[in-house]
Design a protein around this ligand. Sequence first.
Ligand code: NDP
Length: 482
Amino acid sequence: MRSAQVHHNLIGGHHLPASTGLAIDVVDPADGTVFATLPRSALADVDAAVAAARAALHGPWARMTATERGRVLSRLAALITAHHAELAALECRDTGKPIQQARVDITACARYFEYYGGAADKLHGETIPYAAGSTVMVLRVPHGVTAHIIPWNYPAQIFGRSVGGALAAGNACVVKPAEDACLTPLRISALALEAGLPPGALNVVCGLGAEAGAALAAHPGINHLSFTGSTVTGTAVAQAAAVNHVPVTLELGGKAPQIVFADADLDAALPVIVNAIVQNAGQTCSAGSRVLVERSIHDTVLERLAARFAALRTGRGADAPDCGPLISARQLARVQAKLDSAQQAGARVVARAQRLPDAPASGFYFPPALLADLPLDHEVAQDEVFGPVLAAFAFDGEDEAVQLANGTPYGLTAAVWTRDGSRALRLAHRIEAGQVFINNYGAGGGIELPFGGMKHSGYGREKALEGLRSFTTLKTVAILHG
Ligand code: NDP
């Protein structure tokens, strides 16, 4: 058996082990084997990374023009593309996701650096006509040291969207990826050095959330924090950052409704609805985890969805199945417990996907499930499952559709399926969500589209130019010159 590959932190351009000397095992979700180790970092490593980032703000990185920063990011995008196959295979192995999804993720990661690289020198401040004999300039400046706590579901994509915007705006970054998915962020950060990013502008500290993550969120040396993950941890990091008055962007997941009216084009809608929950084994903040169906077509839709669910194949990511394993044994136990609880509360499993015979027994597989008769107040109807579980509910008329759609604590994304354009727009206005899709579903949408939540889905926006602006602050310079 080959020995596990040892990975290090990236601090100030150096690949370093954790100060603790401790390591974390990296487990392959497809079969439960350990194939690598990561440093189990502590406060001392976070201190070193924040200091390296601060130093970069006084070195060559700070002296680069916005155009030069943009060129570095464009070169990084090209390097990611050149290493596409290697990175996709790494993402597939580390997270378990199907290889075709991993390829999409690496393409998206490259696209974030391309997009923000191109935008770097189009970001500028403004002037304000003020008192006679004065000139007022509003400068748009980087925050300084930005902290990025990245989850395990889309490590390469979320790394790209977060770090791409922050670097384009001239910040220096400290990243804490999730202990279950550090490998592509580490590899892409090494490529960033090759692309000409000065050492210290991008630092990656691996470790446990409760140790390295908590140390970063509470660090007095950071100037901005971007977090994607659970509501509970998001609340904790925002509280920790508040002590230092550090602004925070929170992206905390959702309970996205797919609203299907009787006049919808079901041939177009149903494959998208299935994909919206099966993609990445349902471990997606914008997973379409509820399908709300107008009562007159409810049974037909359920029957057609059941046929699609039964045909889905769950297996090893490398074999390009419809659904890969979940990220970890812990996540598998969580999702299974939620399904059990839903069934105990009266939910009916209408259909279950197949598990491929060669999916190893030691892997973390959970074949997608379609539920009906789930009580509306059950936690599976209200809260994220973060697994491939779709719950169907019937509604009568627009008002009830809106009431159900808005009837959870979340408000990240939603979809409306109807041929009635006026109704689609009425619903788009009434639904409480950061993104509403009409007759399509983007599961997070494109890189160019502002993304973020309402209610308990969080605040602030990532992606798009809005995401770039969120990595800056304003400085007003008022000159009285007569
Ligand atoms: P967490 O929210 O705990 O993890 C997200 C990130 O925060 C990881 O990098 C994690 O590191 C880090 N973290 C954990 N605890 C702390 C802390 N005290 N201070 C600072 N950072 C911390 O999610 P889980 O992995 O526990 O998943 C639980 C549930 O969260 C999922 O079932 C899902 O519902 C939701 N979730 C939502 C995501 C989304 O995209 N909206 C993404 C991931 C999870 P580490 O992993 O090393 O502990």
